[in-house]
Design a protein around this ligand. Sequence first.
Ligand SMILES: [Zn+2]
Length: 243
Amino acid sequence: MKKLVIVALAVAAAACVSESTMRVEANQQFQQMRRQLPISTDPAQRAYIFCVAQSVLRVVEEPYASRAWEIEVFDMPDANAFAMPGGKIGIFSGLLDVAQDQHQLAAVIGHEIAHVTREHQVAQANRGMMTQGAAAVLGASVGMQQEAQALAQVGLTLPFSRQHEREADEVGLIYMAEAGFDPRASITLWKNMEEKSTGPRPPQFLSTHPAPEDRMGKLIAGMSGALDRYNAALARGVRPVCE
Ligand SMILES: [Zn+2]
């Protein structure tokens, strides 16, 4: 019994992955993806995606706004996108089949950035302790530093919880609207995503972003506030034109 308590305490002590550990780990993973995956060489496609992402990033709050944000476009047919702690954004070119205009693309990017600014990956890493995968990784590692790194890696790969998805939808909607993108496009975007989910090539995005059942209801509930922010942005002259 005593032994069990000691083990539990040791696990609890180790199970605290900081946001800064996550940033280091995410940066390594991002640079590795850049080396290993095909990078889009289509200048027009890259410019379009950078334009949308940079427009959304302009409304992000501190301390996240000052992170070393990097955006990469991977030449991959999957409909997928991610953002990682420290400000690394990856967009797979196949996402453009689902996100069909700048407003819809801003909805995905706003959602992804919200996962970072609400530190969902950090929470995932700390929750990752409870999973078997994490236990296996931890079993093979020695020392607190390695344990933290291993947990950070797990945190970057685990699917988000539906609660995190709801929050990323909510915050992402605000980001896109403040950046001058029409928040109503988020509804079209998530409908497109759902439609493709039963097709021959379901969006890879859905494997790490489980759709909350009440997504549409929540989006509609937040729409009036988002439209106010959108109209205020337009009135300030914030009207991104990404092509
Ligand atoms: Zn998500």
